[in-house]
Design a protein around this ligand. Structure first.
Ligand code: HEM
Length: 150
């Protein structure tokens, strides 16, 4: 979640056509206006805290000091009626893939430019030239045969 907050796959957010005049603070938006709220802007807003640009996965723990309301406002999968239909599947897949990789491989240090230095922004965002990682298969612990009688 924290990776998606700092580096949302859909950085631009979703376009919407205003059907009834909502107000946003001092602004009135006429019906028919097309609006788009920047996902990456909202997700790095100072509302997330003074450290909003810092990777802090602990803010997603249940005992985090971050207000629950704020975490509910996470827009990486959009929000409300047209929210991402595949969110639950995507979250489950991410957990399974990550757990499988970490269980079987260790990550080796590799020289990389800082993430985000060169991004390609289309509908989705990705690092220009890909993201190189080096993995080494973990040695499986040898199974110790049990002594007879136990
Ligand atoms: C990390 C993975 C994913 C991210 C970050 C993501 C994010 C998003 C976002 C931001 C939208 C725009 C919603 C809007 O218009 O406000 C969306 C829509 C949608 N997503 Fe995803 N998505 C992901 C994975 C998936 C997967 C795995 C599926 C299907 C298996 C899926 C199916 C859909 C569908 C059907 C919509 C259109 C919903 C609608 O317009 O009613 N997404 N997604």
């Amino acid at each position: 979640m924290e990776s998606l907050r700092l580096w949302p796959v859909v950085p631009e957010g979703s376009g919407r056509t205003v059907s009834s005049p909502p107000s946003m603070g001092p602004y009135e938006i006429p019906p028919g206006t097309e609006i788009m709220i920047s996902n990456i802007g909202a997700l790095r807003s100072k509302q997330w805290g003074v450290d909003s640009e810092i990777f802090s996965p602990e803010c997603w723990l249940d005992n985090s000091e971050k207000p629950q309301e704020l975490r509910k406002a996470f827009t990486g999968f959009s929000y409300a009626h047209r929210t991402c239909a595949g969110r639950t599947l995507a979250e489950q897949e991410a957990k399974i893939v990550l757990a499988t990789i970490v269980r079987n491989f260790e990550f080796l240090p590799i020289h990389l430019p800082p993430i985000g230095e060169e991004m390609l922004y289309h509908v989705t965002a990705r690092p220009r030239g890909g993201l190189s990682v080096q993995l080494r298969r973990r040695e499986r612990e040898r199974h110790q045969p049990r002594a007879h009688g136990f």
